[in-house]
Design a protein around this ligand. Sequence first.
Ligand code: WT7
Length: 664
Amino acid sequence: MSNSDETGLEARLEEQDAFEPPESFVEQANVSDSSIYEAFDENWPQCWEQAADLLDWSEEYEETLDDSNPPFYEWFTGGSLNASHNCLDRHLEERGDEAAIEWVGEPPEEDNLTYTYEDLHAEVNEFAAALRDIGVEEDDVVTMYMPMIPELPIAMLACARIGAPHSVVFAGFSADALATRMNAADSHFLVTCDGYYRRGDALDHLEKANEGLDGVEHETETVVVDRLGANDDGFGHGLSDSQRDYDELVAEHAGATVDPVERDAEDMLFLMYTSGTTGEPKGVKHTTGGYLSWVSWTSQAVLDVKPDDTYFCPADIGWITGHSYIVYGPLALGTTTMMYEGTPDYPERDRMWEIVEEYEANQFYTAPTAIRAFMKWGAEHLEDHDLSSLRLLGTVGEPINPKAWKWYYKHIGDENCPIVDTWWQTETGGMMVTGLPGVSTMKPGSAGRPLPGVDANVVDPSGEQVEPGRAGYLTIDKPWPGMLRTLYRNDERFIDEYWAEYSDTDSDDPEDWVYFPEDGAKIDDDGYITVLGRVDDVLNVSGHRLGTMEIESAIVGVEGVAEAAVVGGDHDIKGEAVYAYVITEDGHDGDEDLRDQIVAGVEDAIGPIARPESIVFTPELPKTRSGKIMRRLLEDVANDDELGDTSTLRNPDVVEDIRANVQN
Ligand code: WT7
């Protein structure tokens, strides 16, 4: 293609604001009939039996939805099932020899691994037996603190098999973050590993895990996976009396089988801690029946997963995306799911495309932050790769700007793959607002209509629907099977955080209960929803959710710091970046040393993902007369925007002073 053709094409794409799904895709799509929207509306909530029907139940459920005690909804009540059986055993007969997990390691010269359904089933059984042996009982919370190694999903499925909920803590989180989560969940068991590789270097993970364990208030048993083999010589950690080696444990239980425990539909499958407005992470509780139905149905309807596919989502299992759409959804459908241990630009910036080509991946599901990075690195990294196996592309985690969407559509999808822009949250368990790839017209930048059977709206502060085009707040007006059931051991906070805003909390009529995800949004004439971002004090950095309060309390914990305010500033790649405004104890400018300590303090409390992009020392913070920090103005400073209204400030001059400090 000549250069001018190329430019012409770019120009055409740039102007186009709606795209139809490619005919070749529609012909083979799992869902291709647009009547599904109406059908689900008319048959709500029974429409969700379609999701439950994707699973094997050991006991049929009696009721689809029990809404007698809102917002404590229950789905598929009376039914029982086991998630590990659904993800493994039931596929053995037909797909035992097919790959369940294709694991791609780092460094790249390392052997990659294929786990067939047989292999995965065998190791999950052995490890389930081992967990029982070290004392894990039904309903005990088992924490996992592991990077992208196969033993992570194995441990998750082993827990599911014996009815022990898991709580996975992202490996990039700090020792403190691990301790906080183990304490909050009263978790007595940890599965972790010695280390892992990043850009070719072996990292010491066990040191961090051990440090975390020092902060756990109760007795613990730990299992340690040996990921590094001989490469961890330098780290030199022995295992303590309460620590067992994973390989030895599994070998001791070689050939063991464990009957999958029958779990009630409403029994907890896992806990996942996520950031909220306060400094304390929220333990989001997901159940066995509703969650597994939800992720299976959405994997099928939205990601168009079929058993013979090779599905690739390079997210981390330490976040909800990996739980729902690397592990549970794809495995429940019996497909091949990929796991990638490394980073997208190591050893070269074409690593993703090398993998897509080699494994002939059919779906690719990633975050806008990654797409913006690919775009910045340039299309030349795609040149030598055949990506024609791809059938569908997806995005998740943050709004995607039309420019990045179009780049993705053209360069990765070759204008031949529908893109699903999927809005959802840790709390929703799975996708909520997104197009159906074989049905919906795509509008770059907009997630699309709510899924069939999902009742999402955009409202003003009084709860009235806003006019098309006007900004408002996203709400979800009817329950759905994948929804969180509560915050672990904290029903009150569950109601406060998600329901109080738009519900009549004294009512027991489900019509009076509205779920508030704390996102801003707008809706167009076709009912397409564009999500504008969080409206609470939560940042979205590279698709990862970080509470400003958590970061602030880490900064204030540093000696010499009196006060801190953290806001999000725009960032080309990360979407948002952490901007910290800091008042020192002696009121003077902090020096480089203090700056380093602040960065270290944040890394210790949360992890490197929360590292501030910018730290500005200031003698004062902009505050209202009642003493509340005006974060909005600090955001204006971070983005170098025109200042918003400063008239309610007690100290209106301070903002310009801070701006001057930034420029210095
Ligand atoms: C928040 C949830 C969903 C799994 C990964 C993040 C934002 C998510 C989109 C999207 C615009 C999005 C929202 C949401 N978000 N997907 N397609 N378009 N914004 O899960 O950590 O629970 O974060 O991510 O703000 O509330 P999470």
